[in-house]
Design a protein around this ligand. Structure first.
Ligand code: NAP
Ligand code: FER
Length: 340
């Protein structure tokens, strides 16, 4: 029986927020495996903000997606055919499949790694126990270097990265203040995740809200958003403050991202700039094992809670992807591509 692969490719580069015309759906028969290859059926596809950058022509740490190329992305799936001794049929793995239903890869690809869905659910390996969880872990612990009782402000606090940053912050005895869009997200962050406070930035007056939530000033700002929030935080930083810059999603759809006012401008222009630096989770590749072990243990033992928005159907990935920029996701955004 021939297996059909469905894939979503980049038809044209988006100007601003991506639209349907920027994508094309293609199907093709999966070729017969060569020696050393495995065929993975994608079950869950992760949608992440960085993918927007890859759709643009500017080079960053990775090359742009070529026109006609499959949209970049990680997924969790199951090996359905193997001509490798490294993997067997039925093994669960994470892999850089991109936006497609099936992925053929060689056993030498170290970006394909086994995961154990008996410890935490398979989808969790794309979020809290995957790239976003590792970003939170290394970004807070290694970049911000927190001390107990410091005040940490976390932007996009209910999201995949932010929700983990704040919970690790609480384990380290920090005062943790989240910032999120809307009362439901804020209630979850405070009541379920145990942040000390959560500010709904959509209510306005950020200066006043931050002053109230951070009576001793701000020692660490975990930056994921940029814009008005960063401008407000910048005015309330303590001497010695650290600002690990994880991202600035409010600018990702800017028509000219190079012209946007970024956190580097905002924090760099202060009379006494805080320590601020963009960091990449990939900088810590050699140490992923440490974070993976801890995150899986914490989740399995209910020390870290998480939430997912799981949506259905690969074909609708382009539509769901925009949710990240509209705050329509609540927790990690994942597409169910196939049933397990
Ligand atoms: P996420 O927080 O799960 O989802 C994105 C959230 O951003 C939305 O739900 C929305 O939440 C908020 N948002 C979107 N547009 C906004 C705007 N204009 N103003 C304020 N908030 C806005 O996504 P994630 O995967 O955890 O990523 C969070 C950040 O981390 C992104 O900047 C991403 O690029 C970065 N990141 C960096 C690395 C790295 O290695 N440096 C790795 C992973 C992620 P609200 O409803 O609360 O507004
Ligand atoms: C992200 C945002 C930005 C991310 C990576 C980057 C892996 C890297 C950007 C660059 O190198 O310019 O969410 O996630």
């Amino acid at each position: 029986m021939t297996i059909k692969n469905t894939r979503i490719v980049l038809a044209s580069r988006p100007q601003g927020q991506p639209v349907a015309e920027n994508y094309r759906i293609e199907t093709e028969a999966v070729a017969k495996l060569k020696k050393g290859q495995v065929l993975i059926k994608v079950i869950y596809l992760s949608l992440d903000p960085y993918m927007r950058g890859r759709m643009s022509k500017e080079k960053s740490y990775a090359d742009p997606i070529p026109i006609g190329g499959v949209i970049t992305g990680e997924s969790a799936g199951v090996v359905i055919e193997s001509r490798s001794l490294r993997f067997q049929e039925g093994d669960y793995v994470c892999c850089p499949s991109g936006w497609q239903s099936h992925f053929v890869t060689d056993e030498s690809d170290l970006n394909v790694y086994p995961v154990d869905p008996s410890r935490v659910p398979l989808s969790a390996y794309l979020g809290v126990c995957g790239m976003p969880g590792r970003t939170a872990y290394f970004g807070l612990i290694r970049e911000a270097k927190p001390y107990a009782s410091e005040t940490l402000v976390v932007s996009a606090a209910s999201g995949a990265v932010g929700s983990v940053v704040g919970q690790i912050g609480k384990m380290l005895s920090l005062r943790v203040v989240g910032v999120a869009g809307g009362p439901e997200k804020c209630a979850w962050v405070k009541d379920e995740l145990g942040f000390d406070e959560c500010i709904n930035y959509k209510l306005g007056d950020l200066d006043e809200a931050l002053r109230e939530a951070c009576p001793d000033g701000i020692d660490i700002y975990f930056e994921s958003v940029g814009g008005a929030l960063s401008e407000a935080v910048a005015q309330q930083l303590n001497p010695g403050a650290r600002v690990p810059i994880c991202g600035y999603i409010s600018s990702y759809n800017a028509e000219k991202i190079a012209a946007a006012r970024t956190p580097f401008d905002i924090f760099g222009e202060l009379p006494n700039p805080p320590w601020h630096k963009f960091f990449l989770v990939f900088d810590y590749l050699a140490e992923y094992g440490e974070a993976n072990t801890k995150l899986v243990d914490w989740v399995a033992n209910d020390k870290i809670k998480y939430r997912e928005t799981i949506v259905e159907g690969l074909e609708k990935a382009p539509e769901y992807f925009n949710w990240l920029f509209e705050g329509k996701n609540f927790g990690k955004l994942i597409v169910r591509v196939a049933v397990d």
